[in-house]
Design a protein around this ligand. Sequence first.
Ligand SMILES: Nc1ncnc2c1ncn2[C@@H]1O[C@H](COP(=O)(O)OP(=O)(O)OP(=O)(O)O)[C@@H](O)[C@H]1O
Ligand SMILES: [Mg+2]
Length: 508
Amino acid sequence: MTTPAQIAHRHASIAPAALEHLQRLLGSWSLLADLSFSDLLLLVPLSADHETAGGPHLVVLGQMRPNNRPTLVEQDLVGLVVKESSWKLTAQALRSGSIIRGFVRLPSSRSVVPVEEVPVRFRGEVIAVIARISQAPSPEAASEYERAYLSVFDRLVGMVTQGAFPFPTEDVGAEETPRVGDGVVVIDASGDVEFASPNAMNAFHRLGVYSPPEGRSFVELGITSAVTRALESGRPVLEEVERRPDVVVLVQCIPLLSGDRVTGAMILLRDVTDVRKLDRLLLSKDAAIREVHHRVKNNLQTISSLLRLQGRRLAVGAGREALNEAERRVRSIALVHEILSREPGDQVPFDEIVESLVQMARDSVVSTHPVEITVHGSLGEVEADLATPLAVALAEILQNAVEHAFDERRVHDLATSGGGERRATMRLSRVGSVAVDLQQDEKALSVTVRDDGVGLPPGFDLRRSTSLGLSIVRDLVSSQLNGSIEMSNVPPAQGRGTLVRIEVPLRG
Ligand SMILES: Nc1ncnc2c1ncn2[C@@H]1O[C@H](COP(=O)(O)OP(=O)(O)OP(=O)(O)O)[C@@H](O)[C@H]1O
Ligand SMILES: [Mg+2]
């Protein structure tokens, strides 16, 4: 779909501020279409350097159909370039700056329809024309509510031609603001209600006002604050009014101006009670999911404590170590659930998890050799179902680095068994360093862990390693993450140590 900005850029030479004015107009466009029961087109002149044969041209920047009438303009005309000579009334409004009424034949249509051409002024200059196409009933034949709508429309049109509508500050979200069909109230300059549409009456009933509001002051209607602010400031105000039990009505008050004078206001009302109820339900669904994660985390922490207690009862040795390892693994899964219990949604801020995993690894440094772990880069948000296996894998790799890379016994073994010249003369750096590097792009996540320790044992082959830690990592990476893992010695030219790299492709 082409946006007004794209069309304007391609065909017309409109100053940015003027284009913003037109975009704001298009933002309140459906209000105008509904109040006038008309199809609306917004046309701007084509810039001179785009002029083609046949004199000046216009381009259709926007089109809006009424919600309360069948449309008279079935084609999509947005982006259409037309000759001024065949849209004479539009051109006339553009040049004269006054409203022109007449009849037009629409492109690719045989019928002739009534049109009203409204010049749009901005900072004193006519920058566009609204072509209002309708078979609106004549004021005499119209019903009371139609007459009320048309009269507000005429006042707004007056503001458009004076450059006072759309309001310069209007930035309220289009889908949130009430529409004409939701309920309209018109008040005069003193604040007395002139007219209230049937749907507005319904909204008032919800607010606890039952007698007909016509003739009463808006103050009695319980929407005082929005209206007072709008009348005083001469600017539109959007506000939510809450009444017990659980009734929420969205109130938009649009002051009607004549010159600088506020001559009244149009109030749109929308009962959003059900919408807000749904919002609350969604919120509570989020809360329930968080609660589940919270409980899973608690249960995992209980399991991890049990393992720790059981480990302490064993004598130092393989059994005790195995229980400690199991305890640590459960704890790294609990970490992910802890974060999910704080953050709603199915994305987890993984950097927080990394922080906790790094802390866990630091805490488990038992050897006399100090180790420093640093983290660079970021993985940002990671899908929850990738986060758990990735966290467990990273925990294993970090654990390996602190456990094996700076093992003085291994240095000694290497020196005595002649593990190559480089290793025979190796000294560990005073403080071991482990660097975690995190990267994410649209296609993949990558996690690299590099240490400056002793390097992998001679003949090490990740695919054939049968020890538990790396078997877990291999399995998680290939079956749950669909990714790949590489482990290698740091090339001699770049120092020494071990390099582990996990790559996880991202879906779609
Ligand atoms: N960063 C590293 N530096 C040096 N050697 C390493 C490193 N990472 C792994 N290794 C070697 O790979 C071996 C296998 O690691 P793995 O994690 O599978 O088992 P583990 O750590 O010995 O036992 P666990 O099952 O408790 O993890 C280790 O015993 C160690 O010799
Ligand atoms: Mg290990």
